[in-house]
Design a protein. Structure first.
Length: 460
């Protein structure tokens, strides 16, 4: 790709003198908050089987499970709306206060699930309450993660953005690990009977404490130097939606969405459906499956940082596209192998962990560099909006459909091949499209933000 008019080809410029000395503290604080926020979101998925029994009719277990997964998916589908709303707020008011609002909403939405009555107590109203809280979760998460990407990207140097945002990208995976650890710890402490009776509420209630800690941490942070500068110079956008979606920038939003759809499907197919696979296909119990996936996630998580750093050297595009290709080619043999080594009573734990760690390494390839790519692809004045919307279209719609589609396909046909059609085909298609449409952004400086949208970039 040729250098574009709006971007500098130099890795460093005079504006990088604005990089604050405490940027590592910023990264840690943003990541810790994100871990807790994604804990909130994934505690729901980790307890999907329990919620199916508590909030839906017991007359048809499969229908109840699919209903809960559908609720889980609905939380993803509303995320682009949250990105749309909170992206506007982030570009108009600021990065810091916007994701304080979204964090608070997530915490309240999650904690309240631990308080609401079940189907047995109030009938169908319980399902509607659960649905409403799930919508709050999804709406707030839609504004959170794009803000975190923007916040970190606007604190670090151009030369090492992939590496530092790679640390942030570990937060969803670590959020899953924390969620699994809390579920396993609670169930082990109270026992299966008490857990199924009422202690399933404890992981949700625990969210109140975690989010209070996260809010305290984020209150210590300052606004990003990039946003402070454009605000001080009166260069803020008057209408983020118009500039992002009703200008030449819209085609870049579409291209970014294609890339993130592929990333999102690999992300959820590689680590989240692995948990569903062990529980629903291999029939491994909740604690054992959680331990296997948790260990594999801990082993595979550093690949997010490794591949983020690699993208600083060779580019975002080759690393991400390699992840798409490997995932689409190897998912079927890897999941077939996983099924062979996880028969209940004769589980080969080291091999099972290894297989899932390989799946997670694909996540590292596509997800490690994606934050840097998105931040570099859009100008500062509309960055929050432009990053958030494609991110949550890709992860919310593309990736969020993985648990529903794969599980429904398997329940209907009991065929692993049918279940994996969506996880295989989508990354393959996104690989081909991204090969021609996705630009290389590693030479783009987020510090060079005094630019017009029109004519500043070429798509490839």
């Amino acid at each position: 790709m040729s250098a574009t008019a709006g971007h500098t080809t130099a890795r460093r410029g005079p504006a990088e003198g604005h990089v604050p000395s405490n940027f590592r503290t910023v990264i840690v604080a943003a990541s810790v908050g994100n871990v807790i926020e994604w804990y909130d979101f994934y505690i729901f998925g980790s307890l999907a089987a329990v919620l199916a029994v508590k909030f839906f009719s017991k007359t048809h277990p499969v229908a109840a499970l699919l209903s809960t997964i559908a609720l889980f998916t609905a939380g993803f589908l509303i995320r682009p709306l949250g990105a749309f709303l909170f992206g506007w707020l982030g570009d108009k008011v600021g990065r810091k206060y916007t994701f304080l609002i979204t964090l608070s909403g997530m915490g309240l939405g999650t904690g309240a699930i631990g308080l609401i009555p079940t189907f047995q107590s109030i009938g169908l109203a319980a399902a509607f309450l659960l649905f409403g809280l799930r919508m709050i979760q999804g709406l707030c998460l839609g504004g959170e993660y794009g803000g975190a990407i923007t916040y970190v990207a606007e604190h670090v140097s151009d030369a090492r953005r992939g590496y530092y945002t790679g640390w942030l990208q570990t937060s969803p995976t670590l959020g899953i690990v924390v969620a699994l650890a809390v579920v396993v710890g609670t169930k082990s402490y109270f026992g299966a009977d008490v857990f199924d009776s009422w202690a399933w509420r404890v992981p949700f209630l625990f969210s109140f404490l975690l989010v209070a800690i996260a809010i305290y941490i984020r209150l210590q942070l300052q606004e990003t130097p990039v946003f402070q500068e454009i605000r001080a110079k009166g260069q803020m956008t008057k209408n983020p939606w118009k500039e992002a979606f009703l200008s030449a920038n819209f085609k870049y939003v579409v291209i970014a969405s294609i890339v993130v759809i592929g990333e999102g499907v690999v992300w959820y197919s590689g680590q989240f459906w692995a948990l569903y696979f062990l529980q629903q296909v291999s029939k491994v119990d909740v604690v054992t499956s959680s331990v296997i996936v948790g260990i594999a996630l801990l082993i595979g998580t550093p690949t997010l940082i490794i591949f983020g750093r690699l993208s600083d050297s060779i580019g975002r595009k080759p690393v991400i596209l390699a992840g798409f290709l490997l995932a689409s080619v190897t998912y079927y043999p890897l999941y077939s192998w996983l099924g062979q080594v996880t028969h209940p009573g004769e589980i080969n734990y080291p091999v099972a962990v290894l297989i899932i760690a390989i799946l997670v390494s694909y996540v590292g390839m596509v997800y490690g560099p994606i934050g840097a790519f998105l931040a570099e692809y859009f100008p500062a004045r509309i960055r929050y909006t432009s990053v958030s919307v494609p991110y949550h279209i890709g992860n919310g719609w593309g990736g969020g459909l993985v648990p529903l589609i794969t599980t429904a396909a398997y329940q209907a046909t009991h065929s692993l091949g049918n279940a994996l059609i969506y996880p295989i085909v989508v990354p393959a298609v996104c690989f081909v499209l991204s090969l021609f449409l996705m630009p290389e952004t590693r030479h783009h400086s987020v510090w060079k933000h005094h630019r017009d949208i029109e004519g500043e970039r070429t798509p490839a």
